[in-house]
Design a protein around this ligand. Sequence first.
Ligand code: SLL
Length: 150
Amino acid sequence: MTPAPSTHTQAVIVGTIAYYLGKKADEYHSHRWTVYVRGVDGEDLSRCVRAVTFALHPSFDEPTRRLEHAPYEVTETGWGEFDIGVKIEFTEDSGAGFVETTTPLKLFPSAEEIAKHGQQTTKKPLIKERYEEIVFHECESGFYKRMKGQ
Ligand code: SLL
């Protein structure tokens, strides 16, 4: 009998965190922000990730940023919001290839958020993140054991 294919689920967080620069802000650099992909409990994603590529707005220098090592994040300063492309490539033995998604960079609180939390300050970051589950269906046993920490 052939063994059932091993399935492993990895929970990840994809998102952005943005700080208003306050007195240090200028016309083109009102915020400092970071876009990231990380394990939901801070697990080391390099066990299953080969690279993460973030596609920034073309107004940034070298807008395609490929990271082959953790932490999978990019920090920049800027003035505007846009959707950031996120491509996550998995290790060869995961049997999964890659996934592509986008994450919205949010710099400015909505009127509702301002009503609730007050005006934006340099101390309170704006975080916009979401939880995703990646299911590896046909992983090799080496991959499966590594992911389970065996
Ligand atoms: C907007 N559609 O108009 C968006 C574009 C682009 C933001 C936002 C570049 C900073 C830099 C930057 O912040 N671009 O050049 O250093 O709101």
